[in-house]
Ligand binder design. Structure first.
Ligand code: CTP
Ligand code: MG
Length: 222
């Protein structure tokens, strides 16, 4: 089965507060985007990257498209540029530079079951998670969730192409409300399975995440 990876790299990185776009912040001596690209070029057939406006970027064997205003628009632009033969589509955030070939392989393997519409990387939650409401200047606990059923979702998220195309064709308001692509498939009644992945496949969101990613990459290279 032909596979394509869509790497979304078009975000601004406002919470990181970097000078330029987050995907180009230097991490372990190279732009963050390069780390996951290297893994994906070795594990899937084709790669499409959605880039921020006015950000020139070229890498061997990688197609590029302009990103959109919202993450889902960036995914949609990249999908439109995917080779026609690709039946499995892997979506990955450039903000997760600690991706490994093993994580990609595990997600693709989970798609071998024909009843599965999407297979997504996730780590079991280790913190106790409470729901709370802001009331009169306090944050009042409403309840505690059952941790044994909670998973923190990551990318990669792998989809059957027809399924991803269908959910991304929905109106912008529907797409904007979703914080990941798999939730659109869930809402459409599709079957989504979790693929256990290390917590180290973290998303660089804040300056502390960047420090942690740097430490983990350095430790890995050593
Ligand atoms: N992304 C994108 N297009 C957008 C918004 C986000 O391609 N319009 C990508 C980011 O580049 C990132 C991934 O989606 O790789 C996850 O988004 P997030 O971590 O929120 O990154 P940013 O949007 O860049 O960060 P922030 O929300 O802090 O501005
Ligand atoms: Mg964002």
């Amino acid at each position: 089965t032909a596979t394509v990876a869509l790497v979304v790299a078009a975000g601004k990185g406002e919470r990181l507060g970097s000078d330029g776009p987050k995907a180009f912040v230097v991490l372990g001596g190279r732009p963050m985007l390069r780390w996951s690209l290297e893994v994906l070029r070795a594990t899937v057939d084709d790669v499409v990257v959605a880039l921020p406006a006015d950000t020139p970027f070229a890498a061997d064997g990688v197609r590029t498209v302009p990103g959109g205003a919202e993450r889902s628009h960036s995914v949609r632009n990249a999908l439109a540029a995917a080779p026609a033969q690709a039946e499995l589509v892997l979506v990955h955030d450039a903000a997760r530079p600690l991706l490994t070939a093993a994580i990609v392989a595990d997600c693709l393997a989970a798609m071998e079951d024909p009843s599965v519409d999407a297979a997504i990387a996730a780590a079991a939650v280790t913190d106790t998670v409470k729901e709370a409401d802001r009331v009169d200047g306090q944050v009042r606990v409403a309840g505690t969730l059952d941790r044994s059923r909670l998973w923190a979702v990551q990318t990669p998220q792998v989809f059957r192409r027809s399924v991803l195309e269908r959910v991304l064709a929905q109106p912008d308001a529907v797409l904007a409300a979703a914080t990941d692509d798999a939730s659109l498939v869930e809402a459409a009644g599709g079957t989504v399975v979790l693929v256990p992945s290390p917590r180290t496949n973290l998303k660089v969101t804040t300056p502390e995440d960047l420090q942690l990613a740097e430490l983990l990459l350095t430790a890995r290279e050593a």
